[in-house]
Design a protein around this ligand. Structure first.
Ligand code: 0O2
Length: 222
């Protein structure tokens, strides 16, 4: 008999059909979260005439990458282990202009009634050893099907454009060297991560200065 597991009360076996069902579920969850984020962005534009989000990317983790992660965690490759132990099968990345937008957005997402925040990792206040900076929220979102409602996990990563640039480059290097980059490259990457923080802080300051100068100009014209 097929090994069975449940996904919040929804029972599946191992095999291609289950994989297809899982992909469908995670894709549906991604669509829901993406729409929520887009609505928040539109509302922000409506109220403050300003868009906090530069761009959004979403993806379903490839089977290869899932198997690699399970192996890294010491679990055998099964649909059961995948659903239980790999938290970022559905991932959405929100890229903002300023660090302050990241916290505003995460707060707004945390207040959504049908999103349950499972965990938060603030790699901006507490960067990783590598220099990686990003704000991660693991949430579940209910996917309403004809006969079931299934709470499905989505990992939300929120970061600035500068952080995203750094992470993309570091990711490529990491894979090129399979985790064994020469020490000077890792050191230079950490240095670049500090520069990213300086750039983000400076751009935020500049943005505030622009807003103040504009307001002062408008006051003078009245
Ligand atoms: P990929 O190829 O991008 O998908 P947990 O979720 O708690 O079981 P995990 O997965 O270590 O443990 O969680 P964490 O720390 O939230 O990391 C999840 C994802 O964040 C990673 O997925 C990366 O996308 C990104 N990330 C974390 N650390 C780094 C880093 O040092 N550099 C870069 N560039 N990205 C990082 P994957 O599956 O590891 O990789």
């Amino acid at each position: 008999m097929d090994k069975e597991f449940t996904l919040s009360g929804f029972s599946l076996g191992e095999g291609v059909d289950s994989w297809n069902t899982i992909t469908f579920l995670y894709n549906s969850a991604l669509k829901k979260v993406r729409t929520k984020v887009e609505i928040l962005n539109d509302e922000f534009q409506q109220v403050h005439q300003y868009n906090p989000i530069e761009y959004i990317k979403s993806r379903i983790k490839t089977p290869r990458s899932i198997v690699k992660k399970l192996k890294r965690y010491g679990y055998e490759s099964s649909i059961n282990n995948m659903v239980n132990y790999v938290n970022d099968i559905a991932g959405i990345r929100i890229v903002c202009s300023f660090t302050s937008d990241i916290y505003k957005l995460s707060e707004m997402l945390g207040k959504q009634n049908d999103l349950t925040v499972i965990s938060v990792k603030d790699y901006i206040r507490h960067p990783k050893e590598s220099g990686y900076k990003s704000y991660h929220m693991l949430v579940t979102v209910p996917v309403f099907l004809s006969e079931y409602t299934i709470d499905t996990k989505v990992e939300i990563q929120i970061r600035t454009m500068a952080m995203d640039f750094w992470a993309s480059l570091e990711h490529k290097i990491y894979y090129k060297f399979e985790g064994n980059a020469p020490a000077y490259i890792s050191r230079d990457l950490r240095e670049c991560s500090d520069i990213v923080s300086m750039l983000d802080a400076k751009m935020l300051q500049l943005n505030e200065a622009i807003k103040e100068a504009k307001a002062a100009q408008e006051d003078d014209m009245m």
